[in-house]
Design a protein around this ligand. Structure first.
Ligand SMILES: NC(=O)C1=CN([C@@H]2O[C@H](COP(=O)(O)OP(=O)(O)OC[C@H]3O[C@@H](n4cnc5c(N)ncnc54)[C@H](OP(=O)(O)O)[C@@H]3O)[C@@H](O)[C@H]2O)C=CC1
Ligand SMILES: O=C(CO)[C@H](O)[C@H](O)COP(=O)(O)O
Length: 473
């Protein structure tokens, strides 16, 4: 080999292959390695005109790289990442950099960060979003790790990332696991967006919309406030017919959703931090319920619901559902960003919410027009306590809330499950209520456990107890 490569990547599945082609297209020579060697051979020979160096052993791979070596791991999250790192450690030299670009759990990234530091190696845990197309043309990248290591990686990451208004969709998120943490919440928000779209679809389905009509609705929405990658691909999905049956493909796809774990990790983290992310929670649970196909089929013959009667005119329904979707989406982002802010503060990560929203504007699965507004909201007020209270979003919520209620009421009265729409509205109504029913809850706690309560007519922080009567069973 004449020249050493600028960059190396391990793991040539869909993300790895496309990232390699992206990096190479920016003028870098890239060495590649995959556990199954035939994949490497096929990949390199499929691109004879590219500056790629295929290697069949990790020794050969490491030796092919210029120092400090920059090795990106793009393998299945979990054990495989540890296995690859384990094998790399004896081969790398002080100051070399390992980048884990997979969907690793951020606490694993924190552990690996400490482990590699002891080994004299540098480590970046980077969330990468955009799927196959994003990886190839420009993903959104969320790197975490030491600032000094980021400085070394910055030119490559900036050149391969998506660009919006001339700004690269990558920023140094923070130390240690901060990058993978933000990617995890990005995925939680992705779950929320997808579920909300599916709920809009289920209402339209019940109202008798054809796939063609659905394609038209989503295409129209993609020209307005809801413009986003997920709305765009949804419109395309409705246009696609199944070659076998000729039916719309969406009608022949089984209604059981898969999930790889990032959504579940998000809600576990929210519970640990006492942050409400009810929209994302509903989205994760909706996937779980969808996967219980046999139980649902059985229950469908036993549990009754109302007769479906959606008497709303189609055009009016489209407007109402659009407003409900937009309002619910704002709530979902408000919750996700609240979780990021809370954890960031607790971890001392010094996270910049405006910068995070800005790098989600392009390349990633949740890219959307309204992320410009979110970026502005935090640029205008970095201390914003909740996205709902930003002047722009407050206006949208105030304007949309009536239609949002009508859509939830319509769905509930027709037995159409809308757990994410309802959870979002429940959050909105709880958050905006000056007085909730928790006074009664406190009385109950004090009744059975002498847990005490605060009083409306006394300063906060003073606790009282009532001698409740004994209850005779
Ligand atoms: N697919 C997507 O849209 C996105 C995926 N991601 C994340 O990026 C990472 C890569 O994703 P994707 O490209 O889909 O690939 P997969 O998650 O399907 O992983 C497959 C790759 O991992 C390798 N691998 C699995 N186990 C081991 C092991 N024990 N040792 C070494 N290599 C191993 C495989 O090698 P072999 O060929 O030998 O089996 C193959 O190269 C994952 O963490 C994923 O969650 C992030 C964003 C989007
Ligand atoms: O990270 C991603 C996009 O940002 C991946 O597409 C992820 O695999 C999607 O999650 P799931 O498989 O759980 O739906």
């Amino acid at each position: 080999m004449e020249n050493k490569s600028d960059f190396g990547l391990i793991g040539l599945a869909v993300m790895g292959q496309n990232l390699v082609l992206n990096v190479e297209s920016r003028g870098f020579q890239v060495s590649v390695y995959n556990r199954t060697g035939s994949v490497t051979d096929e990949f390199v020979s499929a691109h004879p005109d590219k500056k790629l160096v295929g290697t069949q052993s990790l020794e050969e791979f490491v030796q092919s790289l210029a120092r400090p070596r920059k090795v990106m791991i793009m393998v299945k999250a979990g054990g495989p990442v540890d296995a690859v790192i384990e094998s790399l450690i004896p081969l790398l030299e002080e100051g070399d950099i390992i980048i884990d670009g997979g969907n690793s759990l951020y606490t694993d990234t924190e552990r690996r960060d400490a482990w590699l530091e002891k080994e004299g190696l540098r480590f970046i845990g980077a969330g990468v979003s955009g799927g196959e197309e994003g990886a190839r043309k420009g993903p959104s990248i969320m790197p975490g790790g030491p600032e000094s290591t980021w400085d070394v990686m910055k030119p490559i990451f900036e050149s391969i990332s998506a660009k919006v208004d001339g700004e690269a969709c990558v920023t140094h998120i923070g130390p240690g696991g901060a990058g993978h943490y933000v990617k995890m919440i990005h995925n939680g928000i992705e779950y929320g967006d997808m579920q909300l779209i599916c709920e809009a679809y289920s209402i339209f389905k019940a109202a008798g919309f054809t796939a063609e009509e659905l394609a038209a609705v989503f295409t129209e929405w993609n020209n307005g406030d809801l413009e986003s990658y997920l709305i765009q691909i949804t419109a395309e999905i409705f246009k696609q017919n199944d070659p076998e049956t000729g039916a719309p493909i969406v009608d022949v796809i089984l209604d059981t959703a898969g999930q790889k774990g990032t959504g579940r990790w998000t809600i576990m983290n929210a519970v640990e931090n006492a942050v409400v992310i009810s929209t994302i929670n509903a989205a994760v649970e909706a996937r779980i319920l969808s996967s219980m196909k046999e139980k649902r089929v059985d229950a469908s013959t036993q549990l009754e619901g109302p007769k479906v009667e959606l008497s709303v005119e189609k055009a009016a329904l489209v407007d109402k559902v659009r407003d409900a979707l937009y309002a619910s989406k704002i709530i979902s982002y408000a919750q996700g960003l609240d979780l990021i802010a809370t954890t960031g503060e607790q971890k001392g990560w010094n996270l910049d919410l405006a910068a995070i929203a800005a790098i989600w504007r392009g390349g990633c699965i949740i890219r959307a027009r309204f992320l410009n507004r979110i970026t502005d909201a935090y640029r205008n007020n970095a201390e914003l306590s909740n996205l709902m209270l930003d002047p722009f979003f407050k206006d949208v919520l105030n304007k949309n809330q009536q239609n949002w209620r009508e859509v939830v009421a319509l769905a509930v009265s027709n037995g159409i499950p809308v757990p994410a729409f309802s959870a979002s509205l429940g959050y909105y109504d709880s958050y905006r209520n000056e007085r909730l029913s928790a006074n009664l809850l406190q009385a109950q706690r004090d009744f059975f456990g002498a847990h005490t309560y605060e009083r409306t007519d006394k300063p906060r922080g003073e606790f009282f107890h009532t001698d409740w009567p004994e209850v005779i069973d």
